[in-house]
Write a protein of this length. Structure first.
Length: 119
């Protein structure tokens, strides 16, 4: 089992920045990939960014490329999402999730943190 706790959400004006954190606990030795997803009201949850735990390889949704940066601190079992140049359309609940080494799917999810970008 892996437990995930997100933090860092809040209210920011368009053009501003926020940094989200996701701390993992439990069977952290089993981490393969950690990702960020988001869900806006009335919309389906969508992929934002992901990073592999060992190599640090990253991937991003086209909508956030060049504005968001995902990183990890292996010693702290924490993944970050630095969000710059925020837009009102970035408003959503942001979730972190984990793909364990024995799986190919995001099996563990955090509770989410609200990000609201005002125009």
């Amino acid at each position: 089992q892996v437990q995930l706790v997100e933090s860092g959400g809040g209210l920011v004006r368009a053009g501003g920045s926020l940094r989200l954190s996701c701390a993992a606990s439990g069977r952290t030795s089993s981490l393969n990939t950690m990702g960020w997803f988001r869900q806006a009201p009335g919309k389906e949850r969508e992929f934002v960014a992901a990073i592999t735990w060992s190599a640090g390889s990253t991937s991003y949704a086209d909508s956030v490329k060049g504005r968001f940066t995902i990183s990890r601190d292996n010693a702290k079992n924490t993944v970050y999402l630095q969000m710059n140049s925020l837009k009102p359309e970035d408003t959503a609940v942001y979730y972190c999730a984990v793909v364990p080494r024995v799986s190919r799917t995001y099996d563990y999810w955090g509770q989410g943190t609200q990000v609201t970008v005002s125009s």
